[in-house]
Design a protein around this ligand. Structure first.
Ligand code: SAM
Ligand code: SF4
Ligand code: F3S
Length: 444
């Protein structure tokens, strides 16, 4: 079969990135080959995100741009995948005739059939939540990702229904993949050269798989992966404070490869707002988890997600969030103004004044960015461990990450790629550390 080119553009979270790679593993069996040239593809896949803002409009805008790119050429097969596809389903086909296929996140096992049927020039839509069949299908297709740092989805969907969030509607109910299938896939990734694996799930620490009356939890996966000598680092994201169980906390003392950055979204520092968000935990519960983790492993640092200007957020509620950030000194965090999402409970509530929300976001981000700057500054002149991912495209430098996932750019050599090397940090800014590998410093 003649090779046909496919271009995949991915928006949103790491789970979408993982999905895009798996979609590619699948369509490559039909003879599609990935291209970096978006203006010359036979198939164009937009893997979309619905989490905030005008997600739907952004997709139509993007398609308008693609139309222009192909104005004088043969139109590519246009596929819209991901969370906007799930939320909008056949509405998209009605509104934008340029789209050929709309496919939701739990239907990716059907994409090859849809592509084969496309020859009939039919518009097609697949948005059924068929998570079990999807993973059974993909378990038989090897994961060809050969990145040093690889993602591995272990859990999908969400049953928590926070009042602001679309994920339960776009990804469907919680599902945990079988333990042995995850391990098989991890072994493929390690064979392909992965030195770091990030376990993924919308509620990753709620992972629970039962077989022969034994329950496997995320802690079991971490212990198991910790044994592979070729694997250097383990991470997981995104977790919920309610599911930070003792066995998972214990991993931070027993599993040397589990990285000490705990990304644990709290959203707000006010119990009143947490209750209105339906978060099912209090600030105090969160602080207890923080204290336990700090006690068990002094290297642990926290990062988080914050929603600012949630309906009903008063000056006092906001100050509670601000003070929590001062107390915990979060690094590497994300903060957003509340965005009302169609179909969610919070979208029916009265919004906080836009200017006030913006002012609050600025204050929070200043504080978070300062924490990050201070953290990075504290590493200047230190020798730190960096997992080297690649050579940079535009400069003769190398790129890697420290244990807290911060980017490190340094002078190195090709043979450092895929290794943990010791880098002396010379300077830093808010986002990045800069340094060089000393020739006398052997890779750790
Ligand atoms: N499962 C994770 C948890 O429980 O925290 C969050 C996953 S969600 C994909 C990622 C982040 O998007 C959330 O932590 C939240 O801060 C943000 N987010 C979700 N819905 C939002 C909304 N309507 N407006 C603003 N931010 C939102
Ligand atoms: Fe969304 Fe996370 Fe809440 Fe689930 S737990 S509804 S994914 S914010
Ligand atoms: Fe976005 Fe869907 Fe991920 S809405 S954040 S792509 S789960």
């Amino acid at each position: 079969m003649r090779n046909k080119k496919v271009f995949i553009k991915t928006f949103g979270c790491q789970m979408n990135e993982y999905d895009s790679n798996r979609i590619y593993d699948n369509v490559s069996n039909l003879g599609f080959v990935k291209t970096e040239d978006q203006a010359n593809a036979e198939c164009y896949i937009l893997n979309t995100c619905h989490i905030r803002d005008k997600a739907k409009e952004k997709v139509y805008h993007e398609i308008g741009r693609i139309k222009k790119l192909y104005r004088d050429k043969k139109k590519p097969i246009m596929i819209v995948a991901g969370c906007v596809a799930q939320a909008e389903n056949d509405e998209m086909l009605k509104r934008e005739p340029y789209i050929d296929i709309v496919i939701g996140p739990q239907a990716y096992h059907k994409i090859n059939n849809l592509l084969k049927k496309h020859e009939l020039k039919k518009k097609q839509e697949e948005t059924e939540f068929d998570t079990i069949s999807k993973f059974r299908y993909f378990d038989k297709i090897s994961n060809n990702n050969n990145k040093i740092s690889a993602f591995l989805t272990i859990q999908e969907g969400c049953d928590k229904f926070c009042h602001f969030c679309v994920v339960p509607y776009t990804r469907g109910p919680e599902y945990s993949r079988p333990f042995n299938k995850i391990i098989n896939e991890a072994e493929q990734l390690i064979k392909n050269g992965a030195k770091e694996i990030t376990l993924l799930g919308q509620n990753v620490n709620a992972y629970s798989y039962r077989e022969n009356s034994k329950e496997f939890r995320i802690s079991n996966l971490i212990y198991h992966l910790n044994q592979y000598s070729e694997l250097e680092r383990i991470r997981y994201t995104t977790s919920h404070p309610k599911d930070m169980s003792e066995d998972l906390i214990e991993c931070y003392s027993s599993c040397k490869k589990l990285m000490p950055l705990v990304h644990l979204p709290i959203q707000s520092g006010s119990d009143k707002i947490l209750e209105s968000m339906n978060r099912k935990h209090k600030v105090e519960d969160y602080i207890k988890v923080y204290e336990k983790l700090k006690k068990i492993n002094k290297e642990v640092e926290f990062s988080s997600d914050f929603i600012i200007g949630y309906p009903g957020e008063t000056k006092k509620d906001f100050e509670d969030t601000y003070n929590l950030i001062k107390k915990i000194k979060f690094i590497n965090s994300f903060s957003f103004i509340f965005s009302p999402r169609p179909g969610t409970k919070a979208s029916k509530l009265d919004m906080v004044d836009e200017n006030i929300a913006k002012q609050r976001l600025t204050l929070v981000q200043e504080k978070l960015f300062n924490n990050q700057i201070e953290m990075n500054k504290s590493m200047e002149n230190d020798i730190i461990e960096v997992l080297v991912e690649n050579k940079m495209k535009k400069q003769n430098k190398f790129f890697g990450r420290n244990k807290y996932i911060s980017p490190v750019i340094f002078d190195g050599v090709e043979s450092h790629i895929g290794k943990i090397v010791k880098v002396k940090i010379q300077t830093s800014n808010q986002n990045t550390l800069f340094g060089s590998v000393n020739k006398n410093m052997k890779a750790a």
